[in-house]
Each structure stands twice: as structure tokens, then as C-alpha cells.
Write a protein that binds this ligand. Structure first.
Ligand SMILES: NC(=O)c1ccc[n+]([C@@H]2O[C@H](COP(=O)([O-])OP(=O)(O)OC[C@H]3O[C@@H](n4cnc5c(N)ncnc54)[C@H](OP(=O)(O)O)[C@@H]3O)[C@@H](O)[C@H]2O)c1
Length: 304
């Protein structure tokens, strides 16, 4: 099969599209013929991109942990999905990913793709929907009428978080670079603030997608009693502010529910750009250069 692979560290310049073996299905897995895939720009810095769960070097590795495609084989003991099912979801961080013609995934991490959701939208949905849902409601406890600030709101997760928070009756402060202003207002942000001039005193919950100095500065601005949830690193909070870092969990029920809301037109994953698999390196490089709204999607088969 054709796959985007990385043999050595050092950023997206090391990604190459080449021939690779079709992955073996394990117990409880399905083999998915990939129609569309997506990725998180920081993946090549994650330890799990380079080692398996036992800590063994697993290079060359295939990036991309968001998939939409069709089941072509079942592993031993796999239940709940059948050959021919169209599915979408997250793949394991510690195994080869979805930037390839086939990927092996635990069946329980996938949901059936509704007919009204095309493969490219489904691939763009899995990571952003689950991350935003879990950050805002499970970790952040967001309630109607509260004020939430989303830091890094113009990217994949941020554009979805703004819509989810707004749909839940929260007031949304989108903190992003100026290029993202029009898009974020269109998606329902009540207030758009340039990241360098963010006034955050009224915020009940801050959802961070940037980390570093920006997160530190923002933590210093939110009021006592506010909650800070970061998808990037442990937030520097004190006794007056609750804070936590979290890693998204696969969830078939949440994907099914959020998929229905997308089909109903209530939520929209933002697909900023699409690329053929053979230009996967360019897709990563474009996201690294910045100013790319929403998700970049790799189109792997004709049907996508
Ligand atoms: N813990 C988890 O489970 C989990 C899950 C998903 C994602 N994440 C993490 O969450 C982060 C966001 O993911 P994503 O897929 O949404 O990435 P993305 O599409 O690249 O979005 C990040 C956004 O933040 C903006 N940004 C970055 N640095 C900034 C700065 N200093 N000031 C202002 N804006 C800045 C970017 O703007 P520019 O493009 O202009 O730089 C971009 O719009 C990544 O670090 C990713 O690894 C974690």
C-alpha cells in the first residue's frame, strides 16, 4: 500500500510517501480502507509517534490518527462492526496511523459513519469533536450562561470548540491571531480578541490550545475561581484556579452523537484545506507555517 512515513525526527520535512506493508489486524481490530485521514500538526513531536506501548522504537511510523473509511477485514473476536461498514474515528497513538491506504484500528474506537457525512468531513471531525466535547464539558464543566475563552480558537479543535460552547448556551471569547477573526465571528464567537490583547477577567472556563508563554500569561489574567483546561500542557494554576491537562479518549457514543449534530447542520468541522496523500508532507508543512483555518484533510481514495 502507499503510506506517508517518517523515518527520522526533525519535523515534517522528513515525511515521505512510499510503499509500506498492509498492517496486520490484532484481536478486536478492524482493517480500514482509508478514504480520508487527518492529523494534528504537533504529532511528530509526540513520544508515541516514535515508540510502541512497550517503549520500543517503531520507526518508520505512519502519522495521522483520524480516519474515515470502510472496513475490509475483522480481527479475531471483533464484534460490533462488519466488513463493508463505513466508519470513522481515532486510531491508536502508539501504532501506525491513517495517512495510508489501510490502517488497523480497535473496532471500539470507531463509529459507523452516517450516510449524510462524507469521508472528508468525517475525518476532520473525530479528533476535534471528541477533544472539544471532553475539554468543555467533562473536564471544564461548562454550563449555560457561563463565559468560556478558547485560546488558539482558529485551528481544528478551536473552531469546533467555539461552536460546541455556543450551542450549549455559553458566551464565547475566541482568542486567536487576527487572520482567524472573520471565521470565528461567523462560527458564533461573541467576542473575538487578538491573542496579544486578550482581556479575560470575566471568564469562567479557559480552554487552551496554545500552551507556553501565551497560556502562562492568560492564566495570570483569569479571575479567582475560574477553571483552566489545556490540551497542550499542565496549566500553571494556583490555589484560586482549578486547572488540568488532559488527553482525548476515543468514544463511540460521543462520536455518534456529534456526527448526528453535524449531519443536522448544527455543528460544522472546518476543513481548511485538502491534499492528496502523496502531498502529505506539504499538508504538514502548511499547518506548521500557520494561518491555516481548521483541519487539513488527506484524501486517500477516489471516493473521498
Ligand atoms: N491533549 C489532547 O488530547 C489533544 C487533542 C487534540 C489536540 N491537542 C493539541 O492542541 C493543540 C491544537 O490542536 P489543533 O489541531 O487545533 O491545532 P491547529 O489547527 O494548529 O490550531 C492551533 C491554533 O492555535 C494558533 N496558535 C498557535 N500558537 C499561537 C500563539 N502563540 N498565539 C496565537 N495563536 C496561536 C494557531 O494559529 P497559527 O496557525 O497562526 O499559528 C492555530 O490557529 C495542539 O498543540 C495539539 O497537539 C491535544
Amino acid at each position: 500500500m502507499r503510506a506517508l512515513r517518517v523515518h527520522e525526527r526533525g519535523g515534517p520535512g522528513h515525511l515521505i510517501e512510499e510503499e509500506a506493508g498492509i498492517p496486520q489486524v490484532g484481536i478486536g481490530d478492524v482493517l480500514v480502507r482509508v478514504h480520508a485521514a487527518s492529523f494534528t500538526p504537533t504529532e511528530l513531536e509526540w513520544p508515541s509517534t516514535w515508540v510502541d506501548r512497550a517503549g520500543r522504537d517503531r520507526r518508520p511510523s505512519i502519522p495521522g490518527h483520524e480516519v474515515s473509511g470502510v472496513v475490509t477485514a475483522l480481527g479475531y473476536g471483533t464484534t460490533g462492526l462488519a466488513i463493508g461498514d463505513a466508519v470513522y474515528g481515532l486510531t491508536d497513538w502508539y501504532r501506525d496511523g491513517s495517512a495510508a491506504e489501510y490502517v488497523a484500528v480497535e473496532a471500539r474506537n470507531l463509529a459507523r459513519k452516517p450516510d449524510g457525512l462524507d469521508h472528508r468531513t468525517a475525518a476532520a471531525l473525530a479528533m476535534v469533536a471528541l477533544t472539544a466535547q471532553q475539554a468543555l464539558f467533562e473536564h471544564g464543566g461548562l454550563a449555560p450562561g457561563q463565559v468560556v475563552a478558547v485560546l488558539g480558537a482558529g485551528g481544528g479543535v478551536g473552531t469546533f470548540a467555539v461552536q460546541l460552547a455556543r450551542a450549549a448556551g455559553a458566551r464565547v471569547v475566541a482568542v486567536a491571531r487576527p487572520w482567524a477573526g472573520d471565521l470565528l465571528r461567523e462560527l458564533g464567537a461573541d467576542v473575538f480578541v487578538d491573542v496579544d490583547r486578550a482581556p479575560l477577567p470575566e471568564v469562567d472556563l479557559m480552554f487552551d490550545l496554545i500552551g507556553g508563554e501565551t497560556l502562562r500569561r492568560a492564566c495570570g489574567m483569569v479571575r479567582a475561581g475560574a477553571t483552566v483546561v489545556s490540551a497542550v500542557e499542565d496549566p500553571p494554576v494556583d490555589v484560586n484556579r482549578r486547572g488540568r491537562f488532559f488527553v482525548v479518549e476515543p468514544s463511540r457514543p460521543q462520536l455518534e452523537e456529534l456526527g448526528k449534530r453535524v449531519v443536522a447542520g448544527e455543528l460544522r468541522p472546518v476543513v481548511g484545506a485538502t491534499w492528496p496523500l502523496k502531498q502529505g508532507r506539504e499538508a504538514f508543512e502548511a499547518k506548521h507555517r500557520g494561518a491555516q483555518p481548521g483541519k487539513a484533510v488527506l484524501l486517500v481514495s477516489e471516493e473521498s
